[in-house]
Design a protein around this ligand. Structure first.
Ligand code: AN7
Length: 409
């Protein structure tokens, strides 16, 4: 591992690397891991398999023995010709993070953060979550032999994710309200109970794992950078981490350019997209956020300063999409490309469609949409799907209904 330090994203103060806090003790800003990349050459990575740990020199884990892994990363970058043709785009790719061990991009960050927790001697971990962070933490804490507590908004987490958390044996605490209330409670708990180690995306080590998404895209495109990367945004950890990854590859001269970062939010849960559209430097939290994409049903995203900076620096933008647009995009990706993603992930496709319709994306640009979680996590869309696809739900009761079958085949 190369040398790194922790640094405040706002005031640049440097706390000790062993300090387990998650905010700058001086100004309350977000913390960030900084690697000293000056004069460094690209390690001889080529013979290593594509995965998070391929890039271990630029991940903040001191000892190989600390690594807790379930084979994360190495997900497909799928060229989508059929969907691309429909949108009038020549080079459209989907980076499908549903292919990770627990079915979402969270595993990239979790393998690194749990390894760090082990290195720091932690025994109990804690997170608040809309579902995927909880599912991932539940699996990785089980793998590491640690106790796990997850706080979730009651009745607002997709069934598959709850199943994962319960199956891996985590303590589940259901909080009345939205993710934002669950997160507040987690912060208070982490403050009061020093034995509980907070694993939300305030934890800068998680974002280090998530930056490998950018490294992999660059490697899969033979060190060419895409023009645009589009991601769904909730708390904003992922888009910030991916931007950091592209920046580090550029600093190492592995790539020449960096992409425009585009964040997509659900229309009624869009504090970041609103701030970007109004060219504001701060966000206004949304109370009672609403969307079918429960993963990104977040009104007060903690990483907003990093997101606004990433979008601004990259000359990117943000867009909102409706639930209907999300569902339509989910079905299109599944039927045209064979890629089944959860609603939050389909937001990236829905957002691209909207940007394309408004001519803010050119036909010749290389575009990567990141689909963050697997479709099986949220079976609740089935009812709407069957209603919208009449004919696929025929019931055979006797010979006469076979005639009906003939008509639809
Ligand atoms: C499928 O699990 O916040 O902008 O608690 O599950 O990095 O927050 C999930 C977020 C996108 C947004 N897509 O990522 C949680 C949680 C899916 C997600 C996001 C989430 P961030």
């Amino acid at each position: 591992m190369w040398h790194y330090k922790l640094q405040c994203f706002d005031c640049q103060r440097e706390p000790a690397a062993s300090e387990a806090g998650f905010r700058c003790k001086t100004c309350g800003g977000l913390l960030e891991v900084k690697f000293d990349l000056k004069g460094k050459k690209r390690p001889s990575w080529d013979r290593r398999q594509l995965s998070v740990w391929k890039y271990r020199e630029i991940l903040p884990i001191e000892k190989q023995e600390s690594i807790v892994s379930l084979a994360e990363g190495g997900t497909g970058l799928h060229r989508c010709k059929r969907l691309g043709r429909k949108l009038g785009l020549r080079k459209l790719y989907v980076k499908n993070e549903g292919e990770n061990p627990t079915g979402s991009f969270k595993d990239r960050g979790m393998t690194v953060a749990i390894s760090k927790a082990k290195e720091l001697g932690k025994r109990k971990v804690l997170c608040a979550s809309t579902g995927n962070t909880a599912a991932s933490l539940a699996a990785y804490s089980a793998r590491a032999g640690m106790e796990c507590v997850v706080l979730v908004p009651k009745g607002k987490v997709a069934g598959g994710k709850m199943l994962q958390v319960a199956m891996h044996g985590s303590k589940i605490i259901q909080v009345k309200g939205d993710f934002d209330q669950a997160f507040e409670t987690a912060l208070v708990l982490a403050e009061q109970r020093r034995d509980l180690y907070l694993m939300n995306s305030l934890n800068p080590f998680r974002l280090e794992g998530q930056k490998t998404l950018a490294f992999e895209i660059s490697d899969q495109l033979d060190s060419k950078t895409p023009d645009i990367v589009i991601l769904p945004v909730g708390n904003g950890g992922n888009i910030s981490a991916v931007w950091k990854g592209f920046s580090e590859f550029q600093q190492l001269s592995i790539t020449k350019t960096r992409p425009r970062m585009i964040g997509i939010q659900a229309e009624k849960a869009a504090p970041i997209a609103k701030a970007v559209k109004r060219r504001e430097n701060e966000i206004l939290p949304v109370h009672n956020p609403q969307t079918i994409a429960t993963a990104i049903r977040i009104g007060s995203p903690v990483n907003w300063p990093k997101v606004l900076k990433a979008i601004k620096e990259s000359k990117g933008t943000a867009e909102t999409v409706t639930d209907t647009e999300i569902l339509k995009a989910q079905i299109e990706l599944a039927t045209l490309e064979g890629i089944f993603v959860e609603p939050a992930s389909a937001a990236s496709i829905a957002g691209l469609k909207k940007l394309r319709a408004n001519r803010r994306v050119d036909a010749s640009e290389t575009i990567v949409c990141v689909t963050t979680g697997h479709g099986l996590k949220d079976p609740s869309v089935l009812d709407r799907l069957l209603k919208s696809q009449t004919g696929y739900n025929l019931e055979i009761t006797d010979r006469t209904s076979l005639d009906a079958l003939e008509r639809v085949l």
